[in-house]
Design a protein around this ligand. Structure first.
Ligand code: ADP
Ligand code: TRP
Length: 323
């Protein structure tokens, strides 16, 4: 993890957050807050590329804010805002568009994948990485924590920043991606990557009976109850390792190796660990759900702080390009 840097990331409000999101990126972003100057925003402009219903987009944007705050995003430390509340990002995106060769965007895997999956090849989808570059460059981010899937978009960002600086002078900061290579892909219920597109997720804030039954559905092999089991090949154990203390992990490892334990026991232990691990976050979330105005105030204050930085960048950019 870096320190004393400006760290920025965007979070798409595209669905309910799950353990893959939490252990894959959220946990690191939240940990980065103590030693860095963090700028985190909810990418609601980007979410429009999937054409959500207006009421869904609004509700999901609010819910992602609640969930990040509940998980420990500290608005006293981190600038946290809604992308659309600082519209200057669109002006910068336009200026960058005029420097951006079409081929650079046509080569993006994420664009090609989405079109291959049947999304309409519209301009928003193609221009997605230019808006993402504007997000990053507007705030002079030095490091951008993202999943591996976003690495190419960071390359586009760097390329556009270099083109801009070559044309108009050294104004934009060239960012580095912060990719957590050591964080394995978190498996879902069926063992493949946990993802809302695969319908195999365990939500961070699953509730009541439905939550327990999710854990009971995690796929395991058919080793009989009395036989020893390999913990390192088991998704239940892998998830347990993310949440339990080293002593607890060692104890469950012994239980696997000794035999005589059914997977149901391990699943129950995992479920209890998960309940305990997110208990505080769950309390904070319940409070925030009852106080939507406080969440709104946090986002507004974040937008005010973000705008102060954006205004400074834009004054330089506009003067440099002759606008
Ligand atoms: P989904 O696959 O559910 O659509 P997103 O693409 O919205 O998830 O992911 C948001 C962030 O969470 C990305 O940075 C992504 O790399 C990370 N992430 C999502 N699922 C996982 C997973 N199973 N393991 C690790 N990281 C993940
Ligand atoms: N494209 C990112 C994702 O899907 C979200 C995002 C938008 C972003 N703008 C950004 C991430 C700027 C980092 C920096 O996860």
């Amino acid at each position: 993890m870096v320190s004393n840097k400006r760290v920025l990331t965007g979070i798409q409000p595209s669905g309910t957050l799950h353990l893959g999101n939490y252990f894959g990126t959220m946990r690191q972003s939240i940990a980065a807050q103590t030693e860095n100057e963090c700028f985190y925003f909810i990418a609601n402009f980007h979410a429009q590329t999937s054409m959500p219903k207006p009421e869904d987009l609004r509700a999901r944007t609010h819910q992602v804010a609640v969930d990040f705050l509940a998980c420990g995003l500290d608005p006293a430390k981190t600038v946290f805002w809604r992308q659309s509340d600082v519209p200057a990002v669109q002006t910068l995106a336009w200026i960058l568009s005029c420097l951006c060769p079409l081929g650079l965007l046509e080569r993006c895997h994420s664009y090609k994948d989405k079109v291959a999956h049947g999304l309409e090849a519209n301009h928003g989808l193609l221009a997605y990485p230019v808006l993402m570059a504007a997000d990053i460059l507007l705030y002079h981010a030095q490091y951008v924590p993202v999943g591996k899937d976003q690495k190419q978009h960071l390359e586009v960002t760097r390329d556009l920043a270099i083109r801009f600086n070559n044309a108009y002078g050294d104004i934009l900061t060239i960012p580095e991606p912060l990719i957590q290579e050591e964080v394995a892909v978190i498996p879902g219920l069926d063992g493949q990557k946990m993802s809302k597109s695969y319908n195999n997720t365990i939500e961070i804030f699953a509730e009541g009976k439905a939550a327990r039954s999710k854990f009971m559905k995690i796929k395991t092999d058919s080793t009989p109850m009395e036989d020893p089991k390999d913990p390192d090949k088991c998704n239940v154990f892998l998830l347990y390792k993310l949440m339990a203390s080293p002593e607890e992990v060692a104890k469950l490892r012994e239980m696997y190796l000794a035999g005589g334990m059914g997977y149901g026991t391990a699943k129950q232990m995992l479920f209890e660990k998960y309940t305990e691990y997110f208990a505080e976050a769950r309390e904070r979330r319940a409070y925030l759900m009852e106080h939507p105005d406080e969440v709104e105030d946090i986002l507004r204050e974040g937008a005010r702080r973000a705008k102060a930085v954006a205004d400074e960048t834009m004054a330089k950019v506009l003067a440099a390009v002759g606008l």
